[in-house]
Design a protein around this ligand. Structure first.
Ligand SMILES: Nc1ncnc2c1ncn2[C@@H]1O[C@H](COP(=O)(O)OP(=O)(O)OP(=O)(O)O)[C@@H](O)[C@H]1O
Length: 295
């Protein structure tokens, strides 16, 4: 039995359109399935937590974006049932990072024919995430993006991930960098004028920005990118390099690898995980090694 969790609203309706295609294929192929539609924030996790989901599941298939996958992962970590994804969100950075096809038919073929593998699951405080946690500039961009009306309009014309780029420029001219003490695997480093800190298990965020190009889901380590001490104008010039991942050699960009990270910002910084804003008491990041079975 295949279990589907569908967020009809993801990608401004793309979730529902993708489900209609999937449903038709499942019926034509006479495949046993059950489907539940999410109705509110947090519902995808509740659905995936139900005991019945694990008794005879070949896979739990999410049709939605990174926010919906994030919720389901929080129910599936350390369970022996594979997570599969039909990408239908705005950014789809999980799918992009793990080479999951964006085409519905091809993504579904991977669900049926893929070989399950175990990947690491990163964690902040007690909450799991899937790809990247970011603090600072990108947290602010995520906040503005999630409130943005143009997200819906751009999604309608198939340019959904352009909304992140537009908001990056909006926030660039107003953001105030701050000092942060960063402790990686017990080693403390002080950074001044920090624009952003990305703590990554996968390379992409923000709808295709390759912020940590060497991040791998199964290397049992975070890749950490810190941008600090840079002027607004220089940041603007460096920004296009993030699409190729070549920003990492810039003098104001520091890259690290580590198993644990503790952040202590001098002033309030917004935290985003997988594109959703989070409020956490302790900014301690760790990795649950090889803990998520995926297709
Ligand atoms: N029926 C619903 N109505 C409103 N929000 C919902 C509903 N079901 C789920 N959600 C919430 O919608 C949020 C965003 O969904 P999702 O991430 O799937 O799409 P997206 O934001 O378009 O894509 P991406 O995260 O890839 O940019 C999730 O955090 C989820 O909790």
């Amino acid at each position: 039995m295949y279990y589907f969790i569908v967020n009809k609203t993801s990608g401004n309706g793309k979730g529902y359109q993708s489900w209609l295609k999937v449903e038709e294929i499942l019926k034509n192929m006479e495949i046993d399935f059950l489907v539940e539609f999410t109705e509110y924030v947090g519902h995808a996790k509740e659905i995936a937590e139900k005991q019945s989901f694990f008794q005879d599941a070949m896979a739990i298939v999410v049709i939605g974006g990174d926010g919906t996958i994030h919720e389901v992962v929080n129910a599936l970590v350390l369970k022996d049932v594979p997570l599969a994804v039909i990408p239908a969100g705005t950014g789809n950075d999980y799918a992009r990072s793990l080479h999951i096809p964006f085409n519905v038919e091809e993504a579904l073929e991977r669900v049926f024919k893929g070989i399950p593998t175990w990947i690491d699951t990163p964690k902040v405080d007690k909450e799991y995430f899937i790809s990247i946690a970011g603090m600072g500039f990108d947290g602010k961009v995520a906040e503005v993006t999630n409130q943005s009306k143009s997200k819906n309009i751009l999604n309608k014309i198939g340019l959904g991930n352009l909304v992140y780029i537009i908001n990056i420029f909006k926030v660039l001219f107003t953001y105030q960098p701050t000092g942060v003490k960063i402790t990686i695997d017990g080693k403390e480093i002080d950074f001044h004028d920090v624009w952003l800190i990305a703590i990554a298990n996968l390379p992409y965020y923000g709808g295709g920005l390759k912020i940590c190009p060497d991040a791998r889901a199964d290397d049992e380590k975070f890749d950490i990118c810190i941008v600090s001490g840079i002027s607004r104008w220089e940041l603007l010039l460096v920004f296009p390099r993030v699409f190729r991942g070549s920003h990492i050699t810039h003098r104001h960009v520091s890259m690290f690898k580590g198993e644990t990270v503790l952040l202590a910002p001098n002033s309030n910084m917004i935290l985003q995980c997988d594109g959703e804003i989070m409020v956490k008491e302790e900014l301690f990041f760790s990795i649950e090694k090889k803990s998520l079975k995926i297709l």
